[in-house]
Design a protein around this ligand. Structure first.
Ligand code: SF4
Length: 243
């Protein structure tokens, strides 16, 4: 595939108020991922994308065109969008159509992230951080070995950039404890201090609850998500460390 070929789009949501905080966006889903997070609820996109219909970008942009005044942008999620060499071309076409762009990424491709930011192809980035920045812990949460040096590099790329960004972490009981989350928050704080971005206003780590409906690892269906109160309390603990 050359860099000009657009990635296949395997899903589309016309309107979302949740995927881009403070913005109304549409969401498009790209296939494939280099991780195998046991809790992944998009595993069909990751493991069996050929069973999903491919949606032409033109039909999506035509569909959104009448709503330009109130749809702020498109969120590109997956799967892992940075797996696709055609991602820059896709983001460029979305900009040409008059929409802002956000990507959701697992942060395993810092060079691509750097390129997208320096070429001003992306207006917002949400990076999922899978757990504390330790090789063994990370492998457990990501389902495959990932050198955390790569994840740290992506975090530093975002912390040093002007582009709005947020870090997110899915809290799956049994995989991550409250202590693990506290450790991750401390590690992010240290990286933020190194990057000299301690006064940034954006909330630096948003916790998400585990969804047991259809996880990649089917044994996790038996795991109970945290109560809203427990998740909120954990989030407040994170905020106290990072605020
Ligand atoms: S949850 Fe993990 S496996 Fe699923 S798309 Fe995201 S990074 Fe990939």
């Amino acid at each position: 595939m050359t860099g000009d070929q657009l990635p296949p789009i395997k899903g589309f949501i016309e309107t979302s108020l949740l995927d881009w905080p403070g913005q109304v966006c549409a969401v498009i889903f790209l296939p494939y991922c280099n991780l195998r997070c046991p809790y992944c609820h998009n595993h069909r996109l990751v493991l069996e994308p050929d069973t999903l219909e491919t949606i032409p970008l033109e039909s999506i942009l035509d569909r959104l065109s009448p709503f330009k005044d109130w749809v702020d942008g498109l969120c590109i999620t997956g799967g892992e969008p940075t797996m696709h060499r055609g991602l820059p071309a896709l983001l460029g076409k979305i900009h040409e159509a008059g929409f802002k762009t956000k990507i959701d990424t697992n942060g395993t491709q810092p060079d691509i992230l750097r390129h997208l930011i320096s070429e001003q192809l992306v207006d917002c980035v949400a990076m999922d951080v899978k757990g504390p920045l330790d090789d063994a812990m990370y492998a457990r949460c990501a389902g495959v070995y990932v050198p955390v040096s790569i994840i740290k590099e992506s975090i530093q790329v975002l912390m040093s950039a002007e582009v709005p960004h947020v870090f997110r972490c899915t809290v799956t009981p049994g995989l991550l404890s409250e202590e693990d989350i506290r450790l991750l928050a401390e590690q992010l704080k240290a990286l933020r201090t190194e990057a000299g971005s301690a006064d940034r206003a954006a909330p630096p780590l948003t916790l998400q609850n585990f969804n047991p409906a259809d996880p990649m690892e089917s044994d996790l269906k038996k795991v109970k998500p945290l109560t809203n109160e427990a998740l909120l309390s954990m989030q407040q603990g994170v905020n106290r460390i990072l605020d």
